[in-house]
Design a protein around this ligand. Structure first.
Ligand SMILES: CC(C)(COP(=O)(O)OP(=O)(O)OC[C@H]1O[C@@H](n2cnc3c(N)ncnc32)[C@H](O)[C@@H]1OP(=O)(O)O)[C@@H](O)C(=O)NCCC(=O)NCCS
Length: 325
């Protein structure tokens, strides 16, 4: 809907009063780019908040100057506007949402982090001495968070996230929902789960997996390769193998989640077999410290799958974590 000049004036005023700007907004400037602004109004049409969403690359949307009138803060207005800005970003075809926050703006840092934004770099402005941090969020996985046919996918992917949380209960360096869910949101599962995209080969999946594992380890330096890979593998086991989501060929390429239950099952089933020199190159998740070690274990699991005449993910049938004896 086109903005009227009085509304544009209120938007400019709110942006100017709520942000420490070097260039002030004018009603004319707001009207000139009116399609960028998303607003939240109260019952009496009062302006509660505003945000700007603009495409800066075909894949990247900048979310700027999210501002809530002081009378309405901590009532969820900022959250609603941020979600609306992300919806707009997706409509524009963006895969990444990005915002820049002044270091020490705890309200804004708290809000964006709550919704899965990750700090990527901090810069100091030489002229003002201010420091700003650039935050980003991958939007693609959220394509499953829609109604209609996407509803089943949303249920499955939510459940997949919960299974990751559950799998991290014992021994993992991160365990809480606050740590696990935002971290999972940084992973581009959408590249794998979007059924409309072409079939995926084992090599393509392996390349995706390596990049995703290393990215998790970079974001959380307390996560070793073994735990990061386990998070991805548990999620994909639930979403793809159990839930039936994903590109053609994906289930055949998946890796089983590697942990003590699988190691003991493999040892029992393949006692004396050479493949154990690969699968058991280490025997604790925390000892899988680099990706080549992990690849050796996966290669062993693929050999086991050949022997069992099943998919690699199905090597997990040997998992003994459910045994009570
Ligand atoms: C940042 C801002 C937009 C938040 O708007 P809001 O409507 O109060 O946000 P919400 O009520 O939706 O809060 C959502 C989450 O944000 C975080 N948050 C909001 N205000 C916070 C504060 N003062 N301190 C710490 N965290 C805060 C919390 O995680 C909160 O979740 P919770 O209520 O479950 O704890 C608002 O404070 C504002 O307009 N600030 C001034 C303008 C500004 O600096 N904008 C940022 C430009 S990048």
């Amino acid at each position: 809907m086109p903005l009227s000049p009085p509304v544009a004036a209120r938007i400019a005023d709110l942006l100017n009063t709520q942000n420490q700007l070097t260039v002030r907004y004018t009603p004319e400037a707001v009207l000139q780019d009116e399609e960028r602004y998303l607003i939240c109004s109260g019952e009496n049409s009062e302006l509660m908040g505003v945000v700007e969403a603009k495409l800066v690359q075909w894949y990247q949307c900048e979310i700027d100057h999210l501002s809530v009138h002081p009378e309405f803060t901590r009532k969820g207005v900022g959250s609603r506007l941020l979600k609306a800005a992300e919806d707009r970003a997706r409509q524009l075809g963006a895969r990444i949402a990005q915002c820049t926050i002044r270091v020490g703006n705890t309200a804004s840092e708290g809000l964006f982090k709550k919704y899965g934004y990750w700090p990527t770099a901090t810069f100091r402005n030489e002229q003002t001495g201010n420091k700003v941090t650039v935050y980003q969020k991958i939007l693609k996985t959220e394509m499953y968070h829609t109604s209609g046919p996407g509803c089943r996918a949303k249920i499955i992917t939510d459940y997949a996230s919960w299974t990751v949380l559950s799998a991290l209960r014992s021994g993992a360096p991160i365990k809480s929902r606050r740590d696990v869910y935002p971290l999972l949101r940084t992973v581009d599962f959408g590249a794998l789960l979007q059924q409309s995209t072409p079939p995926i080969s084992e090599g393509q999946f392996d390349a995706w997996h390596e990049a995703a594992t290393l990215s998790l380890c970079e974001r959380r330096t307390d996560l070793c390769t073994g735990w990061a890979a386990k998070m991805l593998n548990v999620y994909l086991k639930t979403a793809v193998y159990a839930g039936g989501l994903g590109r053609s060929g994906l289930a055949a390429a998946l890796h089983p989640p590697i942990d003590s239950g699988l190691w003991s099952g493999l040892r029992r089933r393949f006692k004396g077999h050479a493949l154990l020199t690969k699968t058991h190159i280490v025997e604790r998740i925390k000892d899988i410290r680099d990706y080549p070690t992990y690849q050796t274990i996966v290669a062993g699991c693929r050999l086991a799958a050949e022997k069992l005449n099943c998919l690699s993910i199905e090597v997990e049938q040997l998992w003994e974590g459910v045994d009570l004896e």
